[in-house]
Design a protein around this ligand. Structure first.
Ligand SMILES: CC/C=C\C/C=C\C[C@@H](O)/C=C/C=C/C=C\[C@@H](O)CCCC(=O)O
Ligand SMILES: [Zn+2]
Length: 737
């Protein structure tokens, strides 16, 4: 069953008032409430706040009022706070105030500098018999340029059936219906192999006025090629009784589900009516506003609203036999009934993560934070769909050891979903920031050595990626040229880990967490609701530290001047600075890996491995076991006897934890250990998370003739079980594309 929540509009935060209040001493003020709901939320939200951990420079008080030299004329910087009180609402994200249409996005045809979507309404029927979505989308389009004669949407693998346009009702900016729709000409451009077909819609009116708005209704259907959608047969689900559908729109698959300006530079709100066969439940990346069963008892209509502006890649839908179990005051975990208890147990710390993130950044903006455990073919660890994060069941380790992915997706509620990269060339702005916040959360939960150790594991994964591509490969730079490139092809751990390391380095270099954490809040507050470029990110960082660095502007300038920005942002390969991570948790991993390598070097000695005991790993965390195995993967391949001893000593062949199982199989494949092949095939057919299946298939493919044949055969015979995004990448990996 869908849940129903009403959304309370948040009062806008008034920086100027905050400055006055700050000077006066203690209280932060919001603007006068605009609605009774605002008033209700405001009365409970005026709170005292402790602050000013960061001394101001002498000029900063004046700067807070007006800052003519600022590259941000409207910017009134926040006072730095050491903590945020719960219930204190800082901002409202409002597409009206902060439209950020981009004139240019290398991966979108949207003419967003001319006309851009502010809101859209979906009305879709889920047809499991034909495996399509069918219905309409209505865009509320705002004219940004008086010369705009058309609006251009992205489409790929869609059947467009008709387009109508009407002037949007001016009296009600939220109204999505009009009586005077008229059919207009549209034109589908020739298909681009990666980006699909631009849909040109004539606005059809003689007078176009900047800021005027039109409703553009497009009737359409998806097709079997629509790569955002995976329809599962009942046999592919845990319950085996009902079909299932889920979507994955990042990076540029939203255009295969709905005609839209499919650029992260455009933020929109949305509403939806989804008609699904009974007894299935539909959920979206939005708040549920109810559901109604049709009179004839065959379908249920589920309705949704997302009132916080977000980019198209965050549109998400799931339809299946879903059951929810509450795991926190604003969180329910949704999954098939067969796994709901296990999922609720695994993710019990969700609320703690959200609260830590709120203290680090700003209050949670999206109302609900629900989790959906998707069937095993989900191609990623998690996807940060607002209000409803999608996660892979490979996180269900039974010991809560893999929930860092949930901390990661929660962090995206700020970095990525509130503050968004304006195009995919700076994907690291989403991911590097999110890994940074995720590890801050883990550090707050489990201590600084755990954060540092997670960073070491990340560094190892970055080294692996750079080794894989080659140190001069353009995909190993933070900024990637995506001209004529499908972002999926450029996707790797690099933006995650190199981006993290840039922020980790800056934090230390600029004076440590006491100085950097207030900047993190300021960054979110300043850019919330916007899509930004890397240049905007950097300008604000420089501006902030020159204004607020406790050692003064000159020292801040000196420190910032020492950063090799070009190497960090534009050069391929490993980062220009190698971080000194805390080694507390690393030493034991290193020691154990060295012992194995020494033993493996004594090739002819029968007793080379007798010194190893299962207790070697008894005190290791999952991350430590993973790093131990990463160290083995970095070194020369182990001899067969060592692989056998390793598996026997630590019982790796029976371990279910996906991170350990994956690395064990990688170590064995690296050694071309043929007895592992069956287990690898079992694992790659059990789940479709690309983090595991792509390296495993590639390694099997590289493990001699037998391995190569088996890899191709396994994939060819089972291609249908994989998500279209994963299947496309695997076909390339195995040279079958
Ligand atoms: C430089 C690359 C430019 C753009 C890439 C943008 C999107 C890539 C696309 O393939 C989608 C990625 C979605 C990722 C979702 C979740 C990840 O955080 C999961 C990471 C891997 C995992 O844990 O399974
Ligand atoms: Zn992420």
């Amino acid at each position: 069953m869908g849940c129903t929540q009403s959304r309370i509009a948040l009062p806008a935060y008034d920086w100027a008032a905050a400055v006055d209040d700050d000077k006066a001493g203690l209280i932060l003020r919001s603007k006068e409430p605009e609605t009774p709901a605002d008033s209700a939320s405001l009365s409970s939200s005026r709170q005292l706040s402790s602050f000013n951990t960061l001394p101001r420079t002498s000029s900063s008080a004046a700067a807070l009022r007006s800052h003519p030299s600022s590259p941000y004329p409207q910017f009134r910087p926040p006072p730095p706070y050491s903590s945020l009180s719960h219930g204190f609402r800082t901002m409202r994200t409002d597409a009206d105030k902060k439209p950020s249409p981009t004139p240019v996005d290398p991966t979108s045809f949207g003419n967003t500098d001319q006309a851009y979507t502010r809101h859209l309404a979906l009305d879709l029927t889920v047809d499991f018999d034909r495996s399509v979505l069918a219905g309409s989308v209505t865009h509320r389009v705002r004219v940004a340029n008086a010369d705009a004669s058309e609006v251009v949407f992205d489409t790929k693998y869609l059947v467009i059936q008709g387009v109508e346009v009407a002037p949007a009702p001016a009296t009600d900016p939220a109204a999505m219906t009009a009586t005077d729709f008229r059919t207009v000409d549209y034109h589908l451009a020739a298909p681009h192999p990666k980006f699909g077909r631009a849909l040109h819609v004539s606005l059809g009116h003689d007078t176009r006025v900047v800021d005027s708005e039109y409703l553009v209704r497009i009737r359409y259907e998806t097709t079997h090629e629509s790569s955002a959608l995976q329809f599962l047969t009942p046999e592919q689900t845990a319950g085996k009784q009902h079909p299932y559908l889920f979507t994955q729109c990042q990076a540029i698959h939203a255009r295969t589900m709905v005609p839209c300006q499919d650029s992260p530079g455009v933020k929109l709100t949305y509403e939806a009516s989804i008609h699904a066969p009974q007894p299935l439940t539909a959920l979206m990346s939005a708040l549920s506003t109810g559901h109604t069963a049709a009179a004839e008892g065959k379908t249920t209509t589920f309705t949704f609203r997302q009132d916080t502006a977000m980019p198209s890649y965050l549109i998400a839908l799931v339809v299946g036999n879903l059951q929810g179990k509450e795991i926190g005051p604003r969180s329910t975990v949704w999954t098939e009934p067969e796994v709901v208890d296990a999922a609720a147990w695994e993710f019990v710390d969700t609320e703690k993560f959200i609260e830590i993130a709120e203290r680090l950044l700003t209050p949670y903006q999206w109302g609900r934070y629900d989790l959906l455990v998707v069937p095993p073919s989900f191609p990623f660890g998690g996807m940060e769909n607002p209000c409803l994060t999608f996660v892979t069941p490979t996180l269900l380790a039974g010991d809560r050891s893999l929930v860092d992915v949930v901390a990661h997706e929660i962090s995206h509620s700020w970095t990525g979903n509130l503050v968004t990269t304006k195009d995919w060339t700076s994907f690291w702005l989403n991911e590097g920031w999110t890994v940074f916040v995720e590890r801050k959360i883990l550090g707050r939960m489990h201590g600084e050595p755990v954060r540092q150790f997670a960073a070491i594991l990340g560094w190892k994964e970055l080294e692996t990626a750079v080794r894989f591509y080659g140190a001069d490969h353009p995909f190993t730079a933070l900024n990637v040229d995506l001209t004529d490139q499908d972002p999926d092809d450029a996707f790797s751990t690099v933006p995650y880990e190199k981006g993290f390391n840039l922020l980790f380095y800056l934090e230390k270099h600029l004076g440590g967490p006491e100085i950097f954490e207030p900047y993190m809040k300021a960054y979110i507050r300043h850019f919330a609701g916007q899509s930004i470029s890397e240049a905007q990110w950097k300008d604000f960082l420089v501006y902030y530290f020159k204004e607020y660095h406790p050692a003064g502007e000159k020292e801040a300038e000196r420190l910032l001047g020492e950063v090799d920005w070009d190497a960090w942002l534009n050069k391929p390969g490993m980062p220009p600075v190698t971080p000194q991570f805390d080694q507390t948790l690393m030493k034991d991993c290193q020691h154990l890996a060295e012992r194995w390598q020494t033993a493996a070097g004594q090739k002819d000695q029968d007793d080379a491995y007798t010194g190893f005991k299962s207790s070697d790993l008894a005190d290791f965390s999952t991350d430590q076991t993973a790093v131990f195995m990463e160290l083995l993967l970095e070194a020369d391949p182990l001899p067969t006897a060592a692989v056998e001893a390793l598996g026997k000593t630590y019982e790796f062949p029976t371990v279910r934890n996906a991170e350990v199982r994956f690395r064990w199989q990688m170590v064995a494949l690296r050694a071309r250990y043929i007895p592992i092949f069956d287990a690898v095939v079992t694992f790659v057919l059990e789940q479709g998370r690309m983090k595991y299946i792509r390296p495993l298939y590639r390694s099997l493919y590289a493990a001699g003739d037998e391995g190569a044949k088996l890899a191709r055969k396994t994939f060819s015979e089972n291609r249908g079980i994989y998500h279209p995004i994963a299947a496309a990448q695997l076909a390339k990996d195995l040279e079958l594309a």
